[in-house]
Design a protein around this ligand. Structure first.
Ligand SMILES: C[S@@+](CC[C@H](N)C(=O)[O-])C[C@H]1O[C@@H](n2cnc3c(N)ncnc32)[C@H](O)[C@@H]1O
Ligand SMILES: [Zn+2]
Length: 274
C-alpha cells in the first residue's frame, strides 16, 4: 500500500489529528473535513490575511497548462537526480508551496509518503484531484501542521522559504532543496515588457540553520511555437500585470519565440554545525 494515512497536527492546538469518516479530529474536538478531492483545509480563518490568499485560479490554470507541456521537465529531472542521490527512500517528503502539484507528484515512489502544502485553496483542489497518491493540504508555511523532525526531504520551488519552520519539521540529516530564478531566467520575456529588463538578483537570502551541500545552475532555451504557451508563461509570472493589451495582442501573432530558463538549485542539510 503506497498511500498511508496522513500525519497532520491540529493547527489550533498542535495535537495529532486522526482521520475518522472523512474528518480529521484532535483530542480537543477541533475538526477538519476532508474535501471530496481528498485534501484537507488546515488553514483556520483567523490565520488568513486575505479572503483567497496565494495564487489566483487564473494563474493556477495557466501554470498547469504550461507545466503540462513539459517546458520545465529538465528542472524536475535534475531535482529527482538530487533526491535519488541524497534522499532516504522511505522518509516522508514535503513540497512546501506546492502549487498544482507538478513537482510534488513526480517525487512519489512506492516507498515514500509525499505531501504538498499551499495556502491557495484553488490550487490544492486541482492538485488533489489529479494526484491522488499524494497528501495535499491547505496551510501556511509560517505555521506548518506537522510534527518536529518529521520529513526527510523538503522541496521549495519558487515559493517562500521559511527557515525556522522548515528546520523544525526536517529530520536530523534531512534535506531542503530550493529552486529559485537565476540571472537570465525568462530574460527575453521580460525584455518584451520592460524597455530595459533587469536580470534576477540571485544574492541568496542566507539560510543559517542549515548547511549548503550543493549548488547547481540549470540553463536552457525554451523554443515556443504556439503563442498560447508564451501567454501561459507570462500569466505565471509576477510581472504579468505589467503587460499592456498591445503586448498581449503582439504575442498572439507570434509564431516563434525563444526564451531562457535559468534556475538555481540549492541543497541544504540539517546537521549540527561544526
Ligand atoms: C510561484 S508559485 C510556485 C508553485 C509551485 N511550487 C510551482 O513551482 O509550480 C508560489 C506558491 O507559493 C504559495 N504560497 C505563497 N505564500 C505562501 C504561504 N505563506 N504559505 C503557503 N503557500 C504559500 C502560492 O499560493 C503559490 O502556489
Ligand atoms: Zn486541536
Amino acid at each position: 500500500m503506497s498511500l498511508l494515512p496522513a500525519h497532520y497536527l491540529c493547527p489550533l492546538c498542535q495535537q495529532a489529528l486522526t482521520l475518522t469518516d472523512k474528518t480529521y479530529g484532535c483530542t480537543n474536538n477541533h475538526s477538519f473535513d476532508q474535501a471530496k478531492q481528498g485534501y484537507v483545509n488546515l488553514l483556520p480563518v483567523q490565520f488568513k490575511h486575505s479572503k483567497a490568499p496565494g495564487d489566483n485560479k487564473d494563474m493556477v490554470i495557466a501554470r498547469r497548462a504550461f507545466l503540462d507541456k513539459r517546458f520545465y521537465q529538465p528542472l524536475v529531472d535534475k531535482m529527482l537526480v538530487l533526491y535519488q542521490q541524497y534522499g532516504q527512500s522511505d522518509a516522508p517528503l514535503l513540497d512546501a508551496g506546492c502549487g498544482e502539484g507538478f513537482y510534488t507528484h513526480q517525487h512519489k515512489t512506492i516507498e515514500n509518503q509525499v505531501y504538498g502544502v499551499d495556502i491557495a485553496k484553488e490550487t490544492i483542489k486541482i492538485a488533489a484531484k489529479r494526484y491522488q497518491n499524494c497528501h495535499f493540504s491547505v496551510g501556511t508555511l509560517s505555521k506548518l501542521s506537522f510534527s518536529d523532525n518529521y520529513f526527510g526531504w523538503l522541496v521549495s520551488v519558487y515559493a517562500p522559504i521559511l527557515e525556522n519552520e522548515f528546520t523544525r519539521i526536517l529530520q536530523q540529516d534531512g534535506y531542503l532543496l530550493t529552486v529559485t530564478p537565476a540571472e537570465k531566467h525568462l530574460f527575453e520575456l521580460k525584455e518584451l515588457i520592460y524597455k530595459q529588463a533587469n536580470e534576477h538578483d540571485i544574492t541568496k537570502t542566507p539560510i543559517n540553520k542549515l548547511t549548503l551541500v550543493e549548488e547547481q545552475q540549470l540553463t536552457y532555451a525554451m523554443n515556443f511555437e504556439h503563442s498560447d504557451d508564451v501567454l501561459n508563461l507570462l500569466a505565471m509570472t509576477p510581472f504579468a500585470f505589467k503587460a499592456s493589451k498591445e503586448l498581449i495582442e503582439e504575442i498572439k501573432t507570434m509564431s516563434k519565440f525563444t526564451c531562457q530558463a535559468d534556475f538555481i538549485l540549492r541543497l541544504y542539510k540539517k546537521q549540527d554545525k561544526k
